[in-house]
Design a protein around this ligand. Structure first.
Ligand code: APR
Ligand code: PHB
Length: 391
């Protein structure tokens, strides 16, 4: 078959791009390795910058988000049990974030595809990319035991960190940068009411903890753990106890416990691949970069790539202008490195590093102390948290 843009991966990046292209009458197909239930069942972070919210509206996929998303004016930092508020709205002159689960965004976008009558091809196996350095790249895949080939103008590599697209860029051209952290997050989702109106990021001698939510009745919580942590060793009661200790302050008494609906360990890494374009292949989202979840930037960076790629593809098809496509990698990476810096900084500020020296610990304390006492430092945190402007 022939299409204009072949999109690999039906995560938030692929689905958002496909929807935007459809609304602009640009033909696209989405090829996804897993089935729909799997894709819609993955539980991930849930903090949206205003730019991401705007893009979801542009994709006409924001009705549920508008109904169920929670607008947050601030976040809280808990340092050894004492809470300090960062007033995002006031410090940034009006910006806020929206708390809305990525799982819901994926479902909302899949629903728009159902309405478009242009479904995603799920269970597309053995996807392989060919002739990406020519004007007519091709994608091959298997479905139901049959081989298929898609001839296209462009390939969007939206297939996440473990996908095939990044690996299709030849070694001498692709440069990667990586930092793996010596800890992970153990996350649970529970039918318990939020203990606070706002997200709480907690630094504690026993390790980092995070309190977040999905609604007025569903909480999402995390604790720092070992990267090789065995979930068997973490029955719900032990997790709740640890949360009570680490969140501290009035959270300890207010935290309502309940059975976990989901429990998983998320490894922590910072990763960037450059360039994000090779020939007619464009990488977007987790295929090109990973951030540790401390600043909640993963989905927001993915949406930012999609926005730049969508604008560039529209310029190409509407005005035969390939300039924005040529500048894609450069335009995205400038902002991505800033979000990398912020995510690394928040991670370093709030976690226990097993090999930290007494000097390192004092520096970490001094940094927190400075942050809490300085309006300038809080403003820096706030403007990064709500999302840096696009140039
Ligand atoms: N062929 C087809 N599909 C593939 C292949 C492949 N070889 N490899 C991976 N995929 C699919 C995955 O099954 C997944 O559904 O690509 C999709 C990638 O989705 P995500 O990993 O969610 O990546 P992305 O859409 O870029 O979303 C970024 O999601 O992982 C979070 O923290 C991340 O919030 C960020 C956001
Ligand atoms: C979440 O709600 O899952 C969440 C919130 C903030 C983060 C990471 C995850 O930094």
């Amino acid at each position: 078959m022939r299409t204009q843009v072949a999109i690999i991966g039906a995560g938030p990046s692929g689905l958002l791009l496909s929807r935007l292209l459809h609304l602009s009458d640009i033909d696209a197909i989405v090829l996804e390795r897993r089935d729909r239930a799997y894709v819609e069942g993955r539980i991930r972070a849930g903090v949206l910058e205003q730019g991401t919210v705007d893009l979801i509206h542009q994709a006409q996929a924001g009705a549920n988000m508008d109904r169920n998303g929670l607008v947050h004016d601030g976040i809280e930092l808990s340092v050894d049990g004492t809470r300090h508020r960062i007033d995002l709205r006031e410090l940034t002159g009006g910006s806020t974030v929206m708390v809305y689960g990525q799982t819901e965004i994926t479902k909302d976008l899949n629903r728009t595809h159902d309405e478009m009558g242009r479904g995603v091809v799920f269970d597309a196996l053995d996807v392989s990319l060919h002739d990406i350095e020519t004007d007519t790249p091709r994608v091959r895949y298997h479905k139901d035991g049959q081989q298929h080939e898609v001839v296209c103008d462009f390939i969007a590599g939206c297939d996440g960190f473990h996908g095939v697209c990044r690996k299709s860029i030849p070694d001498p051209i692709l440069k990667t940068y990586e930092k793996v952290y010596p800890f992970a997050w153990l996350g649970i989702l529970a039918n318990t009411p939020p203990v606070s109106d706002e997200i709480v990021y907690a630094r504690h001698d026993r390790g980092f903890a995070l309190f977040s939510m999905r609604s007025k009745t569903v909480s999402r919580l995390y604790i720092q753990c070992r990267p090789d942590e065995d979930l068997e060793e973490w029955p719900d009661d032990r997790i709740w106890e640890e949360l009570q200790i680490r969140l501290g302050g009035d959270c300890t008494n207010r935290l309502e416990t309940g059975p976990s609906l989901e429990k998983s360990v998320t490894p922590m890494r910072s990763f960037v691949a450059e360039p994000m374009r090779h020939g007619r292949l464009f990488l977007a989202g987790d295929a090109a970069h990973i951030v540790p979840p401390t600043g909640a930037k993963g989905l927001n960076l993915a949406a930012a790539d999609v926005r730049v790629l969508y604008d560039a593809l529209t310029a190409f098809y509407r005005s035969a202008d390939s300039g924005p496509l040529d500048r894609y990698s450069q335009s995205c990476l400038k902002r991505i490195w800033k979000a990398q810096r912020f995510s690394w900084w928040m991670t370093s500020l709030l976690h226990n590093f097993p090999d930290a020296s007494a000097f390192d610990l004092n520096i970490q304390r001094a940094e927190l102390d400075y942050l809490i006492g300085s309006r300038a430092a809080k403003t820096t945190l706030a403007e990064n948290y709500v999302g840096l402007p696009f140039e």
